[in-house]
Design a protein around this ligand. Structure first.
Ligand SMILES: [Zn+2]
Length: 130
């Protein structure tokens, strides 16, 4: 079976599978969609990612966190009342950590494909290869 090349969106961290319309510039494709290209990664996104990784390290191996935890921390630090508004960005940050090989996404305690997981997720540090 022939498999198409794939890579991950720099913003949302979702898998992108080669498409015909990308054939001319596949090497330079960074975003899965116009929405991701326009939104890019801003300071809040970077903070969510950094805080998420700090929380994961603080929690330790095998332990997981909910993406709402960094969302609450960042919302508090930004004097932003509604941490729920940061949840979509927190899920993107979680997927970027997965793409970077620093974390894995869980549902019901089992690792899942971060690109396609729907519904409640948790994240934990990715076990280091021996
Ligand atoms: Zn994307």
């Amino acid at each position: 079976m022939k498999t198409l090349p794939e890579k991950f969106c720099a913003v949302c961290g979702r898998r992108m599978i080669w498409r015909r319309r990308w054939r001319a510039n596949w090497e330079n494709v960074r975003y899965c969609s116009r929405a991701c290209r326009l939104s890019g990664i801003g300071p809040i996104d970077r903070r969510l990612e950094a805080v998420m990784y700090e929380l994961l390290q603080a929690r330790g191996a095998q332990k997981s966190i909910c993406p709402s935890e960094p969302a609450r921390v960042v919302a508090h630090n930004e004097a932003q009342k509604d941490w729920r508004a940061l949840m979509p960005a927190a899920r993107k940050a979680a997927r970027r950590l997965v793409v970077q090989g620093r974390a894995e996404m869980l549902q019901k305690g089992r690792p899942v494909d971060a690109s396609t997981a729907r519904g409640p997720i948790r994240i934990r540090l990715r076990p280091r290869p021996e």
